[in-house]
Design a protein around this ligand. Structure first.
Ligand code: TEU
Length: 530
């Protein structure tokens, strides 16, 4: 029987920025409950909640102090239970973000169970993802602990069996409550090379990405916990190839259902550093997507995403957030949603929300951004050279408050928002979602079509016009149906041969019946025969 999550669409909520109901400027659980009808109206099936656990918020909840209580700013466990019940009442499933590569240094284990963490007498040269060394000295233990992220996010020691058991017990507790699965944060980093060798250029990645025991741990977790529930699991896995992904997601392997790859998110940077900007070459994007579509066809499963809380807004990134914002947002949606896999929509994507450009670093909250800024400043790089990278790639681009209406603060809060609202809100907001030709209604169509046409879930994938620098086109096919998706990634007109079939979807009003297909700026045209 087909797994339910193969035909599902997931909507990601970043609670801090979604909806504030108590006026403290920070989104909360009651705000999400209030907006469930909005998510249901869009047509999504599953909500992925970024972390809502008790946390000192060094990394906005990705530093967990207590896995079994709710962050005070977000509400109470009763609020959570109500959110879950109300979601279920609307036929929406809810999955939790599970951050178990590390905890907060304020988690009680850090003091009571130091053996649950990774200690060394001397640091090696591995660098943290949030700048600087990945080791911090602790006065109490008189040793260095590993933190791949901030120094308030010590890495857990997965070699410790008792620690793993405690995590499994905690996971069962949430699943028994009725949550429908987990998105697992950097789950391919849990197994480190026990030798902790010096790394080339300080890049420890080869020594902890997809490490020696990773498959053993995931199979154990599956056997002990996951396999006992009808849930969905998605592992966030930087630095993972399609071959790895097959091993993680092939059904017989009994590990996870799907993973998030990062390859397509690294095509507009040079080298390892995301801040070194490079213009996207569409041919590279096409080749990359094609590789993943083929590698996991009938052997594992893809997740499909353009956005999340760590990435800049796609319409500003691969689209055009000026003149062609509406057209390009729809085109990007179509390009992604007709591929094979489970699509993820990040809050505001369905409105075509854009990147933000704050003048000064003081207005940014994200730890990754702030640390990078200080590091570069200390190296003598002037602010005006650093800010453009933040505008293009900074994580706060995704984290500005959700734009609900043209009321003050975009209707997100009656107080002062924790992060400034994007000044675009009078024009871009959810209150306009039912206007004719809205991006929201286009996303509704994408989701409806996925439910209706089996070929979107199961068809083969064939890339067309491989060498074309501006057109991304592909076919999906089963014995009974065929879809051809044509997307123009440029602001110029492009001419290609008209595919067979009748027009199923377009992002322009008038479409001409000509022997050739004349694609206008950022136009998408999808053809169907069956
Ligand atoms: O992100 C993992 C991760 O690899 C990111 O640090 C990524 O490299 C960066 O955000 C790209 O800009 C996950 C979470 O999604 C992120 O929000 C957390 O900060 C991080 O793990 C630590 O938990």
């Amino acid at each position: 029987m087909e797994k339910w999550w193969k035909r599902a669409v997931v909507y990601q909520v970043y609670p801090r920025s979604f909806m504030d109901t108590d006026g403290d400027g920070i989104g909360d659980l009651n705000g999400i409950t209030e907006k469930l009808d909005y998510i249901a109206e869009l047509g999504a099936d599953v909500i992925w909640l970024s972390p809502v656990y008790d946390s000192p918020n060094d990394d906005n909840g990705y530093d967990i102090r207590d896995y079994q209580s709710i962050m005070t700013e977000f509400g109470t466990m009763e609020d959570f239970d109500r959110l879950l019940a109300e979601a279920h009442a609307r036929g929406l499933k809810l999955i939790m973000d599970l951050v178990i590569n590390h905890t907060s240094d304020e988690h009680e284990w850090f003091r009571t169970k130091p053996e649950y963490y990774i200690w060394r007498d001397k640091p090696n040269n591995w660098q943290s993802f949030f700048s600087g060394t990945a080791w911090a000295y602790d006065e109490v233990q008189k040793g260095y602990y590993l933190h791949l992220f901030s120094k308030k996010q010590p890495d857990l020691n997965w070699e410790n069996e008792e620690m793993r058991e405690e995590l499994y017990t905690m996971m069962r507790w949430w699943l028994d409550k009725g949550v429908d699965g987990f998105r697992m944060d950097v789950i391919n980093m849990i197994s480190k090379d026990p030798a902790f060798p010096e790394a080339k250029d300080g890049d420890g990645n080869p020594h902890f990405l997809n490490g020696p025991e990773i498959h053993r741990y995931l199979r154990e977790m599956n056997d002990r916990v996951l396999s006992h529930y009808d849930i969905v699991t998605v592992g966030e896995m930087p630095g993972t190839s399609p071959e790895h992904a097959r091993a993680y997601t092939r059904e017989e392997n009994k590990e996870l259902n799907m993973i998030f790859t990062f390859e397509h998110m690294e095509l507009d940077q040079t080298a390892r550093e995301k801040w070194n900007l490079k213009k996207l070459d569409l041919r590279e994007l096409k080749a990359n997507m094609e590789k993943w579509q083929h590698a996991l066809h009938e052997e594992g499963w893809n997740s499909l995403y353009w956005n999340n809380h760590d990435q800049p807004r796609i319409v500003s990134r691969f689209g055009n957030d000026g003149e062609y914002r509406v057209e390009s947002a729809k085109m990007l949606g179509a390009c992604l949603h007709f591929m094979q896999g489970t699509p993820y929509i990040y809050q505001g994507e369905e409105l075509g929300m854009t990147n933000v450009k704050f003048d000064s670093i003081e207005e940014y909250e994200d730890i990754e951004t702030r640390n990078m800024y200080s590091e570069k400043l200390a190296k003598g790089i002037p602010p005006e050279k650093i800010m453009p990278a933040i505008w293009a790639k900074g994580r706060d681009n995704a984290r500005t408050p959700m734009q609900w209406s043209n009321e003050p603060n975009a209707g997100f809060t009656k107080g002062t928002p924790w992060l400034k609202v994007n000044p675009s809100y009078p024009k871009i907001n959810a209150a306009c979602r039912n206007e004719e030709g809205s991006i929201f209604s286009f996303y509704q169509s994408l989701i409806r079509l996925r439910k209706k046409l089996e070929v979107i879930t199961n068809g083969t994938f064939t890339l067309l016009h491989r060498e074309h620098p501006a057109i991304f086109a592909y076919e999906r096919e089963t014995k009974a149906e065929k879809i051809t998706v044509c997307c123009n990634f440029s602001n110029q007109h492009q001419l290609i041969a008209r595919p067979n079939g009748k027009l199923l979807l377009s992002n322009y009003k008038e479409v001409e019946e000509q022997p050739d297909l004349f694609l206008r700026p950022y136009e998408t045209a999808v053809f169907y025969s069956g």
